[in-house]
Design a protein around this ligand. Structure first.
Ligand SMILES: Nc1nc2c(ncn2[C@@H]2O[C@H](COP(=O)(O)OP(=O)(O)O)[C@@H](O)[C@H]2O)c(=O)[nH]1
Ligand SMILES: [Mg+2]
Length: 594
């Protein structure tokens, strides 16, 4: 049983809105397709999310098909029709190609797997169409058989009718992945599939997956039932025809090639392939029918590409959203770190241990404090005199503060790194980034200690400058000089360390009392108003330095995200590019503009 294909109407047209028309495939379409290609090429899907491997593979398939087939095809609609012979292992593809051409142009083989570059046979007059600047541009053109699967062997043959070329593709179900991928790539570049199966193979799953896609994409397909013993033809052909019909391929011609003796030249008897040969020749000779086949496949490919662009846009949008979330998580972890450092600075907890001891050594307590509490004004000079002239003690307070502050910073930077890492570990995308970074992001950076030391010193020098500048006021000069810039700076830092209660004077514990003492000292020299403003500025300056330190720590995370090259505009660009192609399709289907 064979459907008798009519070469003037090789496939009846179905699918997807209006009838595909060559009118859609002019310069407007070409521009739209080039834009779509560019938009797809710019898509980055670096973050691991469920299903992303398929998305990436799909995306690269789409880009490839635009480069390999769609764009070159639209550029030269008049180029010869390319029939790609595909199908399962050992179905008889190469033998069929040789038999159609009439001599051996491609190597059939019993041994599997075979890795040979694909062979494209064309009429000598058509050679110019198959140069590397057109179809399948990434395959290097060669004129001899090679084992390089990245090469395409071109074979001119007089027996191939002008206007038609035949490509012998690798097995779609090859055990070698590279061969399978190449087979898929070549089929995606064909105007017509000559899909070869055999009595032994026709129920296999892999070829049917290809045929399912062909039906979905309206690819022009002719089926060849090859290597079929005489007595099985009836049963197998009937069954196969039913399978084709139920899978949307009832309009595809079905040819039967009987199992026959192969000659020394590895050719089948000529009459075994005469039906296919005549059909192909008729197709080649009829420009209208040829174009119909081309347009059907091309339009199906374009329609499928526009449709598949939307899920790519969604995937790209998801990538942007995930990157944003990862960024927010890392920022939140470090913001919390900054908050905790500042709270630790201001809540008086630094005024313990070494700092407190050194400070008390510097200013003394007890008597002095009591005096201050009663009559500040009268004791000012005495106070100043008491603490005057102990510069090395002021220096010791400074050193103690330095290490206290550094410790506080290191502790919270460690905790922030841990929190940021833990939040990223919760999702596969974050895990992937952490692994790729090759750094220990769950710990504070190696440079932090040094950076923190420098930041604290710089802050202390800021404070010194503030105090010195304030001291230039004439009214304060005498007292200022008496007390010394170092001592006053230390006092100001003490005030900052007790900021959240020091200025209110609400609590007077030992530490609080010491803080109050620092404040009274400063007030004695500069006056209340000036002290309030100095303390505020010193605190702000410390905050800025802590933020900068933590910002550098956080940057280890955000750099990873910045490096992904995700663009929030991508999804919309894709959707726009897809719509533009759809518009070009529909515009052409309405017929030529009046
Ligand atoms: N006897 C016989 N052998 C065939 C026929 N078609 C293919 N073969 C043999 O089957 C093996 C595989 O054929 P080949 O054309 O390489 O299949 P391909 O893998 O689909 O390209 C080769 O050894 C061929 O000689 C046929 O119709 N009759
Ligand atoms: Mg073969």
């Amino acid at each position: 049983m064979t459907t008798v294909p009519d070469p003037t109407n090789p496939f009846s047209i179905a699918h997807g809105g209006g009838a595909p028309s060559a009118g859609s495939y002019g310069t407007v379409m070409l521009t739209a397709l080039v834009r779509l290609h560019q938009a797809l090429q710019e898509v980055r899907l670096p973050l691991e999310v469920p299903g992303i491997a398929e998305q990436r593979a799909g995306l690269s398939e789409m880009v490839d098909q635009l480069e390999d087939y769609v764009i070159p095809r639209v550029t030269t609609l008049e180029a010869p029709l390319l029939a790609v012979v595909g199908g399962s292992t050992g179905a008889g593809k190469s033998t069929l190609v040789n038999s159609l051409v009439g001599h051996k142009v491609t190597q059939p083989g019993l041994l599997r797997p075979t890795t040979r570059s694909p062979v494209l046979v064309h009429h000598p007059d058509d050679a110019s169409w198959f140069g590397a600047d057109r179809l399948l541009p990434d395959l290097e053109r060669v004129d001899h058989p090679t084992t390089d699967p990245a090469a395409l062997q071109l074979v001119p043959a007089e027996s191939v009718p002008p206007g038609l070329a035949i490509l012998d593709a690798p097995d779609v179900d090859s055990v070698v992945e590279e061969n399978r991928e190449l087979a898929a790539q070549l089929l995606a570049a064909g105007d017509l599939w000559l899909f070869v199966t055999s009595a032994a193979r026709y129920a296999d799953q892999v070829p049917w997956e290809f045929l399912r896609q062909a039906a979905e994409r309206s690819t022009s397909v002719a089926i060849v039932l090859d290597r079929t013993p005489e007595d099985a033809v009836q049963t197998v052909a009937t069954h196969l025809a039913r399978m084709l019909a139920s899978r949307g391929l009832k309009d595809s011609p079905l040819f039967v090639v009987h199992e026959g003796p192969v000659s020394d030249q590895e050719l089948l008897p000529a009459d075994h392939v005469s039906e296919i040969r005549e059909w192909l020749e008729a197709l080649a000779g009829d420009a209208g029918a040829r174009q119909q086949v081309v347009i059907q496949t091309l339009d199906g490919a374009v329609r499928t590409l526009t449709r598949r662009t939307y899920p790519v846009a969604d995937a790209a949008a998801e990538q942007v959203a995930i990157a944003d979330r990862l960024r927010e998580d890392a920022v939140a972890a470090y913001d919390e770190g900054i908050r905790k450092v500042l709270a630790g600075v201001e809540d008086g907890s630094l005024l313990r241990g070494e700092v407190l001891a050194r400070w008390q050594e510097f200013v003394g307590t007890g008597e002095l404090l009591k005096s201050l509490e009663s009559r500040v004004g009268r004791w000012r000079d005495r106070l100043v005199n008491t603490v005057k002239g102990k510069p090395q003690q002021a220096e010791r307070v400074t050193v103690a503060m330095e290490s206290g502050l550094e410790l506080l910073i290191l502790e919270h930077a460690e905790a922030a790194a841990e929190r940021a890492e833990a939040s990223w570990r919760q999702v596969a995308s974050g895990q992937g980034l952490l692994a790729d970074s090759g750094a220990e992001l769950g710990r504070a950076s190696r440079e932090l200690r040094r950076n923190a030391e420098r930041a604290v010193r710089e802050w202390q020098s800021d404070v010194l400058t503030m105090v010195r500048t304030q001291g230039q006021d004439k009214r304060t000069t005498a007292r200022f000089l008496a007390f010394g810039v170092n001592g006053l700076s230390v006092a100001l830092m003490i005030v900052v360390f007790s900021y959240s209660y020091g200025l209110t004077g609400a609590e007077v514990g030992i530490a609080g009392g010491s803080a109050v003492l620092g404040q009274k000292l400063l007030e004695a020299v500069f006056g209340d108003q000036a002290v309030r403003s100095l303390a505020e500025r010193a605190r702000t300056s410390l905050e800025a330095r802590v933020k900068e330190l933590f910002g550098a720590e956080l940057a280890r995370y955000t750099h990873l995200l910045d490096g992904l090259g995700l663009d929030p505009e991508t999804p919309e660009q894709l959707r726009r590019a897809s719509r533009r192609v759809e518009d070009a399709r529909y515009a052409g289907q309405r017929g030529p503009e009046q």
